[in-house]
Design a protein around this ligand. Structure first.
Ligand code: AMP
Ligand code: ZN
Length: 479
């Protein structure tokens, strides 16, 4: 196993990853703000953190991972008030949609899914702790954090504080770097808006205090890893550090890992440009969950991901090639042993795969190792030099590969059905195909060639190609 190195926004460097407690990792991911369906940009970040999660586990680390659902913030309050429903009622639909989207994309559930609205007392307690240490002041029923009181302010995002006026405040949860200011920890209620009655007064939490309070409640005062998209570094993560470290006097998170943004055909994704997609928009166009996961995972997280429909087609083909290769290993009849020692190449491919991921999660290198192996193995199989031992080794490689990339299982049709979409290829699963092949074999045995041809034709119409081997067995693949 290679040494794991990760790029830490805090130090600005790619560093060896050493957890605080050997063998254990405590990680926090800023989850979605559930005011609408999450879009493919959001899922770029969530797939990245899933790859990180899966790789930490593959390395044998014991992971405790918490992800929150921001189910109270400015946008939710405004939308729920406009819809004249409570915030819990308003967000429920998007929470369930997010979980379903995660399942379809193979994003593993963290050890703790946590909702902000279930943790108001922890947020209030943290604000009180900050009050006792004089990090806060009240104004018009709201409570603000005094950034001048925290000397480390700006250390994560390297924000320039020279032009800041002491005491200038901001109430919005999301603001630009240029307006670094004292920010709201607790917001006074506005007419018609949802609020909680607490010992620090009526109101609702700011977005930043939510994550500080929940992360520390579930993971302790110092976490190993905190992740999110690059846009969260300022102000959200900077403010999380100020709040948590102000209260505890201890480092809050040791490694801050940020995923670069997804662009669409080279442009920022926005509703006004008409290039804004949710996962469901793409499923409705006939793309499969596995292809989307692959497309989102294939570009290393610190590079911007230029999402294109060409790229999505390529991802579809790449997944089909991998699955066809897995099928060939499973269905093939190989000589015993390892006639040309091919399993050595498999061992090297595994090294290259791990080396890529250990190098700041370079998924492109890891995928390159898989496709190099696939090409060489196919050549070796074609020349009859590939034995059972080689097949077993290649299957072990694919198992390790799929612990991370999670695209080999032929389950798109079922996943789409769960989301209410029909698969473009008629939704034949591996089991369906094999049942049809068995039926065709039976027809051939009773010399019913008309029926056998009919089945071949029907499968071809649904994108499944059959190849009859000389020994009477059948190999199949997707077009
Ligand atoms: P939000 O629901 O706005 O809090 O965002 C959820 C996550 O998606 C955060 O980690 C954001 O940084 C991330 N995110 C938002 N837009 C994009 C994008 N275009 N590309 C990648 N990640 C994004
Ligand atoms: Zn957060």
């Amino acid at each position: 196993m290679h040494e794991l190195r990760l790029h830490n926004t805090l130090s600005g460097k790619t560093e060896p990853f050493v957890p605080l407690v050997p063998g254990e990792v405590r990680m926090y991911t800023c989850g979605p703000t559930v005011y609408d369906y999450a879009h493919i940009g959001n899922f770029r970040t969530f797939v990245f953190q899933d790859i990180l999660r899966r790789y930490l586990k593959q390395r044998g680390l014991k992971l405790t991972h918490a992800m929150n659902l921001t189910d109270v913030d400015d946008r939710i309050i405004a939308n729920a008030a406009a819809a004249k429903v409570g915030i819990r009622e308003y967000t429920e639909k998007y929470v369930q949609a997010f979980f379903a989207d995660c399942r379809a994309l193979g994003i593993q559930a963290p050890e703790h899914w946590i909702r902000a609205t279930d943790h108001i007392p922890a947020m209030v307690q943290l604000i009180e702790r900050l009050e006792r240490k004089e990090f806060t002041y009240a104004s018009d029923g709201s409570i603000y954090y005094r950034i001048a009181k925290f000397p480390g302010y700006g250390k994560l995002s390297k924000v320039d504080l020279s032009g800041i006026q002491a005491g200038a405040r901001v109430d919005n949860d999301r603001y630009e770097k240029e307006s670094a200011r004292d920010f709201a920890l607790w917001k006074a209620p506005k007419p018609g808006e949802h609020f909680w009655n607490t010992q620090i007064g009526p109101g609702r939490p700011g977005w930043h205090i939510e994550c500080s309070a929940m992360a520390m409640q579930y993971l302790g005062e110092t976490l190993d890893i905190h992740t999110g998209g690059v846009d969260l570094a300022f102000p959200h993560h900077e403010n999380e550090i100020a709040q948590s470290e102000g209260a505890t006097g201890k480092p809050f998170a040791r490694y801050w890992i940020h995923a670069e943004h997804l662009l669409v055909e080279g442009e920022k994704m926005s509703k006004s440009l008409g290039n804004f997609y949710t996962m469901r928009d793409l499923y409705a166009k006939g793309y499969k969950p596995s292809a989307l996961r692959y497309a989102l995972a294939s570009v290393p997280y610190r590079r911007q991901l230029n999402f294109t429909f060409d790229g999505l087609e390529q991802a579809t083909n790449s997944v089909a090639r991998l699955r066809n290769f897995a099928g060939r290993l499973k269905q093939g009849k190989f000589p015993t042993g390892s006639p040309a020692g091919f399993h050595q190449q498999v061992a090297e491919a595994l090294q290259a795969f791990d080396g890529g991921l250990a190098d700041d999660l370079n998924t492109a290198v890891a995928l390159g190792a898989a496709f190099d192996l696939l090409r060489e193995a196919n050549t070796s199989i074609d020349s009859g030099q590939f034995g059972q031992e080689d097949a077993a080794a290649a299957q072990r490689f694919l198992a390790a590969f799929d612990e991370i990339f999670a695209v080999l299982e032929d389950d798109d049709a079922a996943k789409l059905a769960e989301l209410g979409f029909a698969a473009a290829d008629g939704g034949l699963s591996e089991g369906d195909v094999e049942a049809r092949i068995a039926e065709r074999q039976a027809a051939r045995q009773r010399r019913d060639f008309a029926r056998s041809d009919e089945i071949r034709k029907e499968l071809a119409e649904r994108g499944i190609i059959l190849e009859d081997n000389k020994d009477g067995s059948v190999r199949w693949k997707r077009k």
